[in-house]
Design a protein around this ligand. Structure first.
Ligand code: COA
Length: 298
């Protein structure tokens, strides 16, 4: 189990850099760690969260794993205002080396290992973008990476997921710039090679995606040759529609919760389309889709 005091006390800036923290987030994380190391109660909580995270490493279905932190952890007042989700964040930082060791046990390169774990820094950055403050609100999502199941391969991220008895490569699109068709195909190829080599005992036949990006209504409002439309056309959709207004607003405008539609920027085709439909009483939907592994679609 990770000794949180040692992990947060030694070479923290270097670890945060490997975990993808931007400079301002890293500076705030170093300050928060110092506060926690100075507070036995907070340190004990981070240690408990870290112990639970460690137990779940390698449990790809998170079946055995207990929730590492209370569901309402981000709302907890810490006495000092460390920021939402910061104790969970520090537990993730403190256990990153253990997940890295798990990657090593599967002969995964250091570069891919740390790139995959750098989703933590990405999520801390997205939190700042969304709430204009240091913190974390997507610690639930990060549990997939911390179980040893999320890999960032080129443009996309993937994890093995069991759907109705079949393992699929669940596909994720981080907010890191354009989603060019070439970068998507390159990532798909990398994923086939990677999971075939490092997770050979999980045979997969298809990629799978659940996203607001798969709402066919987007094809009605974006250019036919846009990256988003070309991405969506790859997927064979399940019929079920899931509520997607919140995701459309979050992933387009980095806003959560009640959003005043009149306050949103209207600079891009997508921004205008998202707001127009909502103002007219319409909705956006998340959809699920499949895409066969390239070597089986030939
Ligand atoms: C998915 C994503 C990478 C697509 O970006 P992209 O490759 O630049 O998209 P396109 O080139 O197809 O863009 C089409 C139009 O929508 C706009 N657009 C695309 N994504 C946008 C975004 N997140 N915010 C605002 N406008 C966006 C583009 O500027 C373009 O408008 P324009 O014609 O007026 O210039 C981008 O939307 C993104 O980073 N989203 C956040 C991550 C996400 O949604 N992940 C899925 C979670 S389930």
């Amino acid at each position: 189990m990770a000794d949180v005091r040692a992990r947060l006390g030694t070479d923290l800036p270097d670890l945060l850099r490997r975990l993808g923290f931007r400079d301002d987030d890293a500076a705030d994380a170093v300050d928060a760690a110092a506060e926690v190391l100075d507070s036995p109660a907070d340190l004990a909580r981070v240690q408990t969260y870290a112990d639970r995270l460690s137990t779940a490493i390698g449990d790809l279905r998170l079946e055995q794993a207990e929730d590492p932190w209370p569901e309402d952890e981000p709302a907890v007042a810490h006495g000092r205002d460390l920021g939402a989700g910061v104790l969970a964040m520090l537990a993730l930082v403190a256990t990153a080396e253990d997940v890295h060791d798990y990657h090593r046990s599967r002969a995964i390169d250091d570069d891919i290992s740390w790139r995959s774990l750098s989703d933590l820094g990405q999520q801390v950055w997205v939190h700042r973008l969304t709430y204009d403050s240091f913190g974390l609100h997507t610690q639930g999502w990060l549990r997939i990476a911390w179980s040893g199941d999320l890999y960032w391969l080129g443009r996309l991220q993937f994890n093995l997921q069991l759907n109705d008895g079949e393992w699929v490569l669940s596909t994720h699109i981080p907010r890191t710039g354009p989603l060019t068709p070439e970068s998507v195909q390159e990532s798909f190829r990398a994923a086939v090679a990677f999971f075939g080599r490092h997770f050979a005992e999980f045979p997969v036949r298809r990629f799978w995606c659940s996203s607001w990006l798969l709402d066919p209504q987007l094809t009605e409002v974006l250019a036919a040759d846009s990256n988003m439309v070309r991405f969506q056309r790859l997927w064979q959709l399940d019929p079920e529609e899931m509520e997607g207004d919140g995701d459309a607003l979050f992933f387009t405008f980095a806003r959560r919760g009640d959003v005043d539609l009149d306050s949103l920027p209207q600079d891009t085709t997508l921004q205008r389309a998202i707001v127009k439909r909502l103002k007219s009483g319409g909705h956006w939907y998340a959809r699920r889709g499949s895409y066969p592994l390239p070597d089986q679609s030939a």
